[in-house]
Design a protein around this ligand. Structure first.
Ligand code: ADE
Length: 333
């Protein structure tokens, strides 16, 4: 089903690309080496910034051999302004390999070069080597998620799935196809604000657009809501000592706490209290849980043997009570 839709989407995309593609320096007089340089530069840097630096880099190091025989300082200097200098070191190392062994001829060979991941290997293989190897980055995920109105959130598994879908429909114009997908994401099917659906070659095919919901794709990974736990916390005092207990497994395991219980009972457990001396509420936010606590300072007649009874000094010096209970340790004096 999706392969059928994608198959239909290829010709209008290629037709659109030939008319609307931007003139970019790495699209002129391309060699496998120059494509590799461009893709490494474009990994973490905007097209506009790369445009300014690509040409002078290629003028200085026109071939893998020229780059391989340069010193590291020269290479880093020429990379200046692009940032993420490990890319420059990787490119330098890759050039030494290429100068010795020739440019790889397969996706695996390209992937094995320093600094090259799945995306860059796909881009270089399809753009420079004529291989039907997809390059799926966030832009390609976005345009395909919209085309298919796919409810999945972005993930390595989704990128793999899309790579498989693209592999099944790869046209002979491998370079144009890969760059057309990138171009559509960059200038029409843009991430923020309204995509320019009126100008899109897929506007009669795109399921998200046909439903008027292109902004909803790709579906954002939902931040999981925190679980809220409502607790009663009892600070029991008896003859200058306070009741504490050791927490079991789970959150704050092995630390000490004041007796507490979920506040889902009709009334707080009496615990032999003579009277309530004070109450206060407090909140503590953990990564996945939020505690909303009501604390009771209680004077009791006896030291309930289910608890350890400790003086204020002992609690300060010996027993680690997590800061989630800080509001109530203030009662311990
Ligand atoms: N981003 C990554 N590779 C690109 C390319 N070859 N053209 C335009 N943008 C890109």
């Amino acid at each position: 089903m999706e392969t059928e839709l994608l198959k239909k989407a290829v010709p209008p995309l290629l037709g659109w690309y030939r008319i609307h593609k931007r003139e970019l320096p790495w699209r002129e007089g391309r060699t496998p080496y120059s494509a590799l340089v461009a893709e490494l530069m474009l990994q973490q840097t905007r097209v506009e910034a790369v445009k300014e630096r690509f040409t002078s880099f290629l003028r200085r190091f026109p071939t893998a051999e020229a780059l391989a025989s340069a010193g590291e300082d020269e290479v880093l200097k020429e990379w200046e302004g692009l940032g993420y200098y490990s890319r420059a070191r990787n490119l330098h190392a890759a050039a030494k390999i290429i100068a010795k062994e020739g440019f790889p001829r397969t996706w695996y060979g390209v992937r094995a070069l320093p600094g090259v991941g799945d995306y860059t290997a796909g881009a270089v293989s399809s753009i420079a080597l004529g291989l039907p190897e997809p390059a799926v980055d966030g832009n390609v995920v976005r345009i395909l998620a919209r085309l298919f109105a796919d409810e999945e959130t972005d993930s390595p598994a989704l990128r793999k799935k899309y790579a498989e879908s693209l592999r099944a429909v790869f046209p002979p114009e491998t370079a144009d196809f890969t760059e057309a997908l990138m171009e559509l994401g960059a200038i029409v099917c843009v991430p923020n604000g309204s995509p320019l659906c009126g100008e899109c070659p897929w506007n009669k095919l795109c399921r998200a657009h046909l439903a008027g919901e292109e902004e909803n794709y790709p579906v954002r990974a939902e931040k999981r809501a925190r679980r809220v736990e409502i607790l009663n916390v009892y600070v029991l005092r008896c003859g200058g000592k306070y009741a504490i207990g050791k927490r079991g497994k789970g959150l704050l395991a092995g630390l000490w706490e004041f007796p507490n219980e979920p506040a889902d009972r009709a009334a707080p457990t009496p615990l032999g209290a003579k009277g309530v001396l004070a109450t206060k509420t407090a909140k503590h936010i953990f990564t996945h849980v939020e505690w909303r606590m009501t604390g009771y300072l209680l004077e009791t007649e006896e030291t309930d043997p289910r608890f350890v009874w400790a003086t204020a000094d002992e609690i300060r010096e010996k027993y680690a009570i997590p800061s989630a209970f800080r509001a109530f340790t203030e009662w311990v004096k």
